[in-house]
Design a protein around this ligand. Structure first.
Ligand code: NAD
Length: 354
């Protein structure tokens, strides 16, 4: 056994079908009395219904959460927090809404209850990315880790099949990089394998029948595990590339992860054979990178960065940015190979080691 360090993160998790009914009790448990319910504009009906069900425990609703947590939206939400006497937040939604709850906690230390409705995993991490003046900066602080997470399978039934597929691939990416992280440890590696297994089982069924409760339950369980991996250990080339591509070309988050993951894994597999073997074992595949590329194809998910709106001339620029500020990766970063990786992902070719 390799020596390791494991930090457990303090977060209460409630998992099940219909668990949202416990929200009022969980607000009381935090000693809070007035919860501000957060959502995106698309989920405002669900947020308003939830606030109505909370009665006097609701301070109000703020429904302008936006991808990549722009600080001007956070300032508007802060105004709502101040004017309504809010003493805790309830984020009902995916990573965008949970990001807003974290941004409020960063500024106020208010307790947060996250109710995730996608598989992105932000609810389990002490990480926040915020965008100001077109630039996204990320920091890690326990201040933003939600106190309580309520996973309710029934809330995920409405997540469209395509978004379920890409969001699931986003979560698998957390698990893949956790298995070869510099500070990996045996507990998180077990969770990572279980995450991959859960999604490999669930996603094909969900895409056929988005209302299949067993598959939805498996996927949400996988999302919890993937989020825990992301929150516990450092990430590498894949997450760095997605950050660069998303930030530089304004590409959609989950779709970018879906396209890049097989390519990043193929790049790293030779330098991290144990991790690649464990991922392949969990998927029931011979070649994990190729299998993930084929899975994305089967799920009807995007396969090429060009289909997400990235211009071809962006390939060289993305390679340059990815080489800046060196970071840990199992295989050293080689400019030509990274450029070829991005070019393959741009075209939608099958993954290769380059
Ligand atoms: P999202 O939160 O932007 O949601 C995508 C769309 O789906 C939104 O319109 C949302 O309202 C809708 N939606 C969500 N759940 C739904 C449901 N059950 N039914 C119907 N519609 C639903 O997407 P995301 O991929 O979850 O989050 C992406 C954001 O999260 C990015 O900004 C990313 O950087 C951030 N993120 C942060 C972390 C972290 O640890 N800090 C981790 C993962 C993602």
């Amino acid at each position: 056994m390799q020596p390791f360090i494991y930090d457990g993160l303090p977060c209460r998790v409630i998992f099940g079908d219909g668990t949202l009914s416990r929200l009022g009790g969980e607000i009381d448990r935090l000693g809070a009395k007035r919860a501000l319910v957060l959502s995106t504009p698309e989920q405002s009906k669900a947020a308003n219904d939830l606030a109505a069900s909370l009665g006097a425990r609701a301070a109000g609703v703020f429904t302008r959460a936006t991808m990549h947590t722009p600080t001007d939206i956070t300032e508007q939400a802060m105004e709502a927090v101040r004017s309504s006497g809010t003493d805790c937040t309830v984020a009902l939604g995916g990573g965008s809404t949970i990001g807003l709850g974290k941004a409020i906690a960063l500024r106020t230390d208010l307790p947060q209850i996250a109710v995730p409705t996608t598989y992105a995993g932000s609810e389990m991490t002490p990480i926040i990315g915020e965008t100001a003046g077109g630039k996204k900066t990320t920091q890690r602080t326990l201040k933003v880790l939600p106190e309580t997470v309520i996973y309710d399978v029934s809330l995920t039934l409405s997540l469209p099949a395509k978004l379920s597929a890409t969001s699931g691939m986003n979560s698998i990416a957390h698990a893949v990089e956790a298995l070869y992280a510099e500070n990996r440890n045996p507990i998180i590696s077990m969770m990572a394998e279980e995450c991959v297994r859960a999604f490999a089982r669930a996603l094909p069924t969900i895409v056929r029948d988005p209302k299949d409760r067993d598959a939805r339950s498996d996927a949400l369980y996988g999302a919890w595990l993937g989020g825990a991996c992301l929150g516990a250990v450092g990430m590498a080339l894949h997450h760095k590339l997605c950050h660069v591509l998303g930030g530089s070309f304004d590409l959609p988050h989950a779709e970018t992860h879906t396209v890049v993951l097989p390519h990043a894994l193929a790049y790293n597999a030779g330098a991290a054979p144990d991790a690649a073997g464990r991922i392949a074992g969990a998927l029931g595949a011979k070649d994990a990178a190729l299998w993930l590329h084929e899975l994305a194809k089967r799920l009807g998910a995007p396969l090429a960065l060009r289909d997400l709106g990235m211009p071809e001339e962006g390939i060289e620029r993305a390679a340059d940015i990815a080489m800046q500020n060196p970071y840990w990766n199992p295989r050293p970063l080689e400019r030509i190979a990274i450029r070829n990786l991005i070019a393959s992902a741009w075209k939608g070719d099958p993954p290769a080691a380059h």
